[in-house]
Ligand binder design. Structure first.
Ligand SMILES: C[S@@+](CC[C@H](N)C(=O)[O-])C[C@H]1O[C@@H](n2cnc3c(N)ncnc32)[C@H](O)[C@@H]1O
Length: 247
């Protein structure tokens, strides 16, 4: 569905049907996906400029233009990137695309099981005695229970040394009406991956233990924008973003 919203070609009829149903329910779905992906690019560039050379991308999805390793390797060709997704088709496509670069891996694992993720073959090549950037971009809505989601980010935080980072984006109501949020949650409840929209206060709880890089938790287009976003761009993104540094 996400690949379809981004204009990608790695999607099937069943995905397109669900994505169109998603657009009926939530006309901002495309704006959300595009703003999210643009944040990912800006956050990875920021992190690479801070000297981060290890990335753990949770729920990396079907590889599409501007993948994390492409952005990171523009800054540092020796950066290590471990992708993780639980969706076998996304993982198979990623494997086929990632060819032979030993610095870039993809593991099939469920992010709700941090122990399994951390011992997956690709992830275990990360040197956790040095700073790591954990990317939880458009993934935490798939962990609807708030206690489970906070425990999850805490588990990844504990695996990382101070100086590590957590990047988060999360769907949240801005321009969407209450009816659109309910309808969008209903569409996703019919897929294998139900989601929950969170208000900013609940998203902030997921970043516990991290010092937020200015400007903090803000609508996705407002985080280190290339150009100042319009009010309309901000509202249509229906998501918040933050980058936290482990202290
Ligand atoms: C909206 S896409 C986001 C992709 C990418 N992070 C980005 O922002 O461009 C969400 C991805 O998370 C994956 N996903 C959902 N729940 C997951 C879970 N429990 N464990 C691992 N991956 C999961 C889905 O298969 C999908 O590829």
């Amino acid at each position: 569905m996400y690949d379809y919203y981004l204009g990608g070609s790695t999607n099937f009829e069943v995905d397109r049907e669900a994505a169109e149903a998603g657009l009926q329910a939530m006309p901002y779905a495309r704006d959300y996906a595009v703003a999210n992906r643009a944040f990912l690019r800006r956050a990875v560039s920021y992190l690479a400029n801070q000297g981060i050379d290890q990335f753990l991308d949770l729920g990396s999805g079907i590889p599409t233009v501007g993948n994390v390793h492409e952005i990171a390797h523009r800054h540092d060709p020796h950066a290590r990137i471990a992708y993780v997704d639980h969706e076998p088709v996304a993982v198979a496509h990623a494997r086929a695309l990632l060819d032979e670069n030993p610095l870039v891996t993809i593991d099939e694992a469920d992010i709700r099981d941090p122990k399994a993720v951390l011992r997956a073959p690709g992830v275990s090549q990360i040197d956790f005695s040095r700073p790591v950037a954990v990317l939880a971009v458009a993934i935490l809505p798939f962990v609807p229970d708030q206690d489970e989601a906070t425990a999850l980010t805490a588990a990844y935080r504990e695996a990382c040394v101070p100086g590590s980072y957590l990047a988060v984006t999360h769907i949240s109501q801005l321009a969407a009406t209450d009816e659109q949020v309910v309808a969008a949650e209903e569409v996703m409840a019919r897929t294998p991956t139900p989601v929950r929209w969170r208000p900013p206060e609940e998203i902030a709880e997921l970043l516990h233990g991290y010092e937020l890089v200015p400007p903090g938790l803000v609508p996705t287009p407002s985080w280190h924008p290339d150009q100042p976003p319009s009010e309309d761009d901000i509202a249509r993104s229906n998501a918040y973003a933050a980058l936290g540094r482990r202290v």
